[in-house]
Design a protein around this ligand. Structure first.
Ligand code: FAD
Ligand code: DLZ
Ligand code: SF4
Length: 532
């Protein structure tokens, strides 16, 4: 990789963060290759403010190095600081200060970041760096922060569906004469099939690490070897060309069936029909706009049924834009709320996967191997357990930020704090997504090989999700029973006699009391030896 270094004074110093790797990002739009310098820095602080999965660090460093090479080939002067370069201060601020001393720029241009903590750093740069600092809005999103803030003003509940319809109208995606194509906005009801037995899944393409990526992988193993996760199966696309190839492969081989099995889970099959584009999308290798239009085009060409195209576009145009808007509209107060006063420490099996709860063991194994789990695994397995076991939101949020290659606070926090844990008290979701083992059994094959019995409601053999679900409702009766969307489960709960209620509390207390938060106690989550 040829990365040019530059000395003397320059016009504009354009600082590109590791998740802004596109030539079209706002900080580069008016780049003058004759006078400007683009700065990219690998810094230890960003790899350790939470101890990211090794694949996340390797993915970003590899993508940054490839992006720098592309810019250099284009004739742009790039100042690229590697992690192990002598004098690397380890922080964004330290590296900017050094770059200012090296290049004496007339001004600094950056694009707004994806995390509040970096936004705060950027405010300081305006005061401390010397040259003027221009912070530009992030043009990779379809809904600017200000537009979302305007929409969210004076609303307490921010419902995704309302926002999504507005975005369909705004972009014209899947619209005809001002109306949604097919006469409906949302085909969610058609997206909930269980995977049939013997169903043949499509082969997925992976991307063999090239020399640059292999060097990064070795660096990450050496410098961050004690972080969560393995590097052996690394196959993420780390260049724009490979990310486009991943998108084409998804649209051709998976999108035609994506909608049907969007919520399905299968042991040993982490990817199913999912797009596997979120790390590339979040880092700038793909744009939301091009991904949505690619799906719409496939629908218009009759290559993809409407419910699949709509289901996929909704995830990006709807959910992705919505969580990002909500994050910026409600931070920094948003992460401080804890509506259900949940306080239990994160069990160790979230790291080790060493638990007899087969669904959790499977999801943690997928996550460790790929820095990936699909949406329903995140929401209804690790997320659902965290909710009904009353785990501390801050600890759960940190876990989610660490373990996935696509995790940045703007997208992780609303999904975990709002959608999964209902810690925001209903700003995002009208009710908590709590579920018993029956949901996991319906949507997966996990229960068939579990030590627990999903059909049993109480006692040592019972699936813990069953009694933890009812215990969650009991524990939070004062906060949730008045919620109109919780009427049905509370009506059922009221029909339980004292004996049944006492059983639920007993089983939940025994199970939760045995959870270990340290690596020394393996399999303590089971209630009796006979359950093994
Ligand atoms: P697909 O299932 O194929 O979906 C296509 C795209 O839609 C994704 O690439 C993603 O960009 C977008 N998308 C889908 N659902 C969401 C959503 N709820 N929020 C935002 N975008 C969405 N996504 C992240 O990118 N980073 C995270 O840190 C993250 N944390 C999550 C935590 C929890 C608890 C939950 C429930 C979801 C989280 N998601 C996160 C959303 C979603 O799980 C991932 O985007 C998705 O699994 C990525 O895989 P894929 O590219 O194969 O997606
Ligand atoms: C996640 C990450 C990591 C691991 N390392 C770097 C880095 O060395 N340099 C960099 O510019 N960005 C990195 N990132 C991404 C940043 O954490 C991200 O830009 C901020 O969290 C704002 O979204
Ligand atoms: Fe998970 Fe319960 Fe099914 Fe076991 S039986 S896999 S714990 S839902």
């Amino acid at each position: 990789m040829a990365v040019k270094r530059h000395a003397g004074s320059c016009g504009t110093l354009r600082f590109v963060l590791g998740d802004q790797l596109t030539r079209r990002v706002s900080s580069l739009t008016d780049l003058d290759p004759e006078r400007d310098i683009v700065l990219l820095v690998e810094v230890r602080d960003e790899a350790t403010y939470v101890r990211h999965h090794k694949q996340k660090i390797a993915f970003l460093f590899a993508a940054m190095r490839h992006f720098a090479s592309d810019l250099t080939e284009e004739g742009v002067t790039v100042d690229y600081v590697r992690l192990t370069d002598p004098g690397n201060t380890g922080s964004f601020t330290g590296e900017l200060e050094r770059a200012v001393a090296r290049h004496r720029p007339e001004r600094i241009v950056v694009t707004e970041p994806g995390e509040w903590r970096v936004w705060e750093m950027m405010q300081d740069w305006r005061e401390t760096l010397g040259p003027p600092v221009e912070i530009r809005s992030d043009n990779r999103f379809l809904c600017p922060r200000e537009d979302f803030a305007h929409w969210a003003e004076k609303r307490h509940h921010l419902r995704m569906e309302t926002f999504y319809r507005g975005m369909r109208r705004r972009t014209g995606l899947l619209m005809e004469g001002g109306e949604p194509v097919g006469g409906r906005w949302n085909f969610d009801a058609e997206n909930r099939k269980r995977l049939p037995k013997g169903h043949r899944l499509p082969d997925r393409i992976g991307f063999q690490p090239d020399a640059v990526t292999r060097e990064v992988i070795a660096l990450v193993e050496q410098e961050f070897g004690d972080h969560f996760g393995t590097l052996g199966g690394f196959s993420w696309p780390v260049t724009r060309d490979d990310a486009l190839a991943a998108l084409r492969h998804f649209i051709a081989s998976c999108l035609p069936t994506f909608g049907d099995y969007q919520d399905a889970m299968k042991a040993g099959a982490p990817f199913l029909y999912h797009a596997l584009i979120s790390p590339a999308l979040n880092a700038g290798l793909l744009t939301a706009e091009e991904v949505c239009w690619a799906a719409e085009r496939a629908y218009r060409e009759n290559a993809v049924p409407l419910h699949c195209a709509e289901g996929f576009i909704r995830q990006i145009l709807g959910w992705r834009e919505y969580v990002r808007g909500l994050y910026w509209a409600r931070m920094p107060e948003y992460r401080e709320t804890n509506a259900l006063a949940a306080a239990r420490a994160l069990p160790w099996f979230y790291w080790s996967g060493d638990t007899k709860l087969n669904c959790i063991a499977q999801v943690v194994a997928d996550t460790r191997a790929h820095a990936y789990a699909h949406h329903i695994q995140r929401l209804m397995v690790t997320g659902n357990f965290a909710l009904i076991a009353g785990l501390d939101p801050a600890q759960v949020e940190e876990w989610y930020l660490i373990v996935f290659a696509d995790a940045y606070e703007w997208v992780e926090l609303p999904n975990v704090h709002g959608m999964v844990l209902w810690a925001d008290g209903g700003v995002m979701g009208s009710k908590p997504y709590a579920a018993s083992g029956a949901y996991i059994d319906r949507m997966s094959d996990y229960c068939g090989s579990c030590a627990y019995d999903v059909k049993v409601k109480s006692g040592a053999e019972a699936c813990p999700f069953n009694y933890l679900y009812w215990n969650f409702l009991l524990e939070n009766e004062d906060k949730l029973a008045g919620n109109p969307r919780m009427t049905m489960p509370y009506r059922t709960l009221r029909g339980f006699g004292d004996t049944r209620r006492a059983e639920i509390r007993r089983d939940a207390t025994t199970f939760l009391g045995a959870l270990s938060t340290r690596p020394d106690a393996v399999h303590k989550d089971d209630q009796t030896e006979s359950a093994t």
